[in-house]
Design a protein around this ligand. Structure first.
Ligand code: NCD
Length: 345
């Protein structure tokens, strides 16, 4: 595989290789000098058609820590606002010699088109497309879960390594709560967590569950209290209510913000229903007071800030595996390191 487009494309071995490589990258990030020479001379373009804070900064930081040259492109202020097509933008990036294109787009499928239309020969990394996929978010979530929880249920084969290297997430329970309908984070996580052996329950009002969810590899529930108290998840991942994607306004999906919070918001009372080791996650940006209270977001169980830090290591791993692996294919390159042999990435 030359691209990272969807968690559905990742085998279990691919996913574990990505997480293990991210663990190695994370170890380098506690050094005083954080920069590695690995991608020197390579060009990474951040192509963002949708607003983003942490994902764009995270990819930029990751590419720079690997010594790549980084070009930031956002649709606002570019020729896209003059009507330029995705194809012409891609041809421009090709002409400028981009080795990797990190793309966030409001249209589901845009990264797939960039990767396969033949407009450029760069590696494409999906940084979120419409309501479809956000694979690096799911990978950083899995990385965070593994660091905190592996070995707890006894099923995960962590081989005793403190950061879980080599381990899958077998036996762990993850509740994903909220606006599943509009969430590429939920879709990416359901598939990756399933591939890694975790059990997933989606908790959402019926209006915010997508048609066809019964074919996804997870359970569903409309009852947050019952899921937390009865199922005892090891991790609770709260989703943002995505008002900008609700064409009829939020009122078309739930009667009032207060009612949503009462039924689906995570607060101190609900935290107390969880097992003692359970962690609280949110991909950001948070609507404090709507899907999560300040008490829950800032509690000792919250790993929300750590998710952001782990994002850099995971994106360094993805860029390294896609770009350094490709470089090793060249005739004049040294042989591939053992860690990347046999991977689809
Ligand atoms: C998510 C996204 O953009 O899909 N945020 C992120 O990447 N950190 C989730 C969201 O916007 O709610």
């Amino acid at each position: 595989m030359r691209h990272l487009l969807s968690t559905q494309d990742l085998s279990k071995d691919d996913a574990i290789l990505l997480l293990d490589t991210a663990a190695q990258m994370a170890a380098t990030q506690s050094r005083e000098i954080k920069k590695l020479p690995t991608l020197r001379g390579r060009t990474v373009v951040n192509l963002f058609f949708e607003d983003s804070t942490r994902t764009r900064i995270s990819f930029e930081t990751a590419a720079k820590r690997l010594s790549a040259d980084v070009i930031n492109f956002s649709a606002k202020g570019s020729s896209v606002s003059k009507g330029e097509s995705l194809k012409d933008t891609a041809l421009t990036l090709h002409a400028m010699g981009a080795d990797a294109v990190v793309v966030r787009h409001w249209a589901s499928g845009a990264p797939h088109q960039l990767a396969h239309a033949g407009w450029l020969d760069a590696a494409v990394l999906n940084a979120g497309d419409g309501t479809h996929q956000h694979p690096t978010q799911a990978l950083l979530d899995a990385f965070t879960i593994r660091r905190h929880l592996v070995g707890l249920r006894g099923g995960a084969g962590g081989a005793g390594h403190p950061d879980g290297t080599g381990a899958d997430l077998a036996g762990l329970r993850v509740a994903i709560v909220g606006d599943v309908l509009h969430s590429r984070v939920a879709r990416s996580n359901v598939h990756l967590l399933h591939t890694l052996g975790a059990e997933v329950t989606l908790v959402s009002p019926p209006t915010l569950l997508p048609v066809g969810v019964e074919t996804w590899p997870c359970r569903t529930s409309y009852d947050l209290d019952a899921t937390l108290a009865g199922w005892q998840p090891d991790a609770v991942m709260m989703l943002r209510v995505q008002r900008e994607r609700m064409s009829g306004g939020a009122g078309a999906f739930f009667p009032s913000p207060l009612e949503y919070t009462r039924r689906y918001g995570l607060d101190g009372r609900r935290l107390a229903l969880l097992p003692g080791h359970a962690i609280v996650m949110h991909p950001g940006p948070m609507n404090r007071g709507l899907e999560i209270s300040a008490e829950a977001a800032d509690s000792a169980r919250s790993v929300i800030v750590e998710q952001v830090a782990n994002g850099v290591a995971v994106r360094m791993a993805a860029l390294y595996l896609l770009l350094a692996g490709e470089r090793d294919d060249r005739a004049d390159a040294p042989p591939a390191p053992a860690a990347t042999e046999g991977t689809a990435l």
